[in-house]
Design a protein around this ligand. Sequence first.
Ligand SMILES: Cc1cc2nc3c(=O)[nH]c(=O)nc-3n(C[C@H](O)[C@H](O)[C@H](O)COP(=O)(O)OP(=O)(O)OC[C@H]3O[C@@H](n4cnc5c(N)ncnc54)[C@H](O)[C@@H]3O)c2cc1C
Length: 154
Amino acid sequence: MGAGDYVVHEAMELLSFTKDITIYTDGKELQVSEKFAEAAKKFNINSKAIYRIDGNEFLQKIFFKDGTSEDIDGLFIAYESPSSVDFARKLGIIVEGNAVVVDKNQQTNLEGLFAAGDCTGGFKQIATAVGQGALAGKRMVEYVNSLRIEKSAL
Ligand SMILES: Cc1cc2nc3c(=O)[nH]c(=O)nc-3n(C[C@H](O)[C@H](O)[C@H](O)COP(=O)(O)OP(=O)(O)OC[C@H]3O[C@@H](n4cnc5c(N)ncnc54)[C@H](O)[C@@H]3O)c2cc1C
């Protein structure tokens, strides 16, 4: 669901799972840059204004203001442009507000995945980002080395 480059980008990501993808623009005209114009042709485009979405355990149906409806298996929101933490949310990384949650080693809740700088919230300054980045880099090296040691012990 969206009406710009971002929605086409996200739809392309889904192509490895299914070819049955519709872009819902919610009454807007799909406006994509030259870069995404060709890719956009791969998808069904539905420009009807959305009235409501419905389902039981999972999302099942999308209703339009003109009284029609379509069956759906899921809906991904891709309005405007991605925020810096959208990527994190999709990976299942814990995010509070607009900040990726990290421990004192800059590690997220996903082992081996580290974050630093503005995306972690707090004092948004270059010095903070560089300092956190340096620590994250060091801990990443240590993490990768620990995997090598575990592997060589097998
Ligand atoms: C107007 C302004 C003035 C500032 N003045 C100062 C100052 O005087 N002194 C100071 O210390 N700090 C200042 N800051 C803050 C400083 O710019 C930031 O704290 C710092 O740049 C953070 O660095 P970062 O690497 O964490 O994030 P960023 O510098 O924002 O870098 C993140 C990068 O990731 C890219 N990105 C985001 N999402 C994705 C994605 N999904 N895929 C690929 N790439 C992605 C972005 O395009 C960006 O290039 C200022 C900020 C602003 C906005």
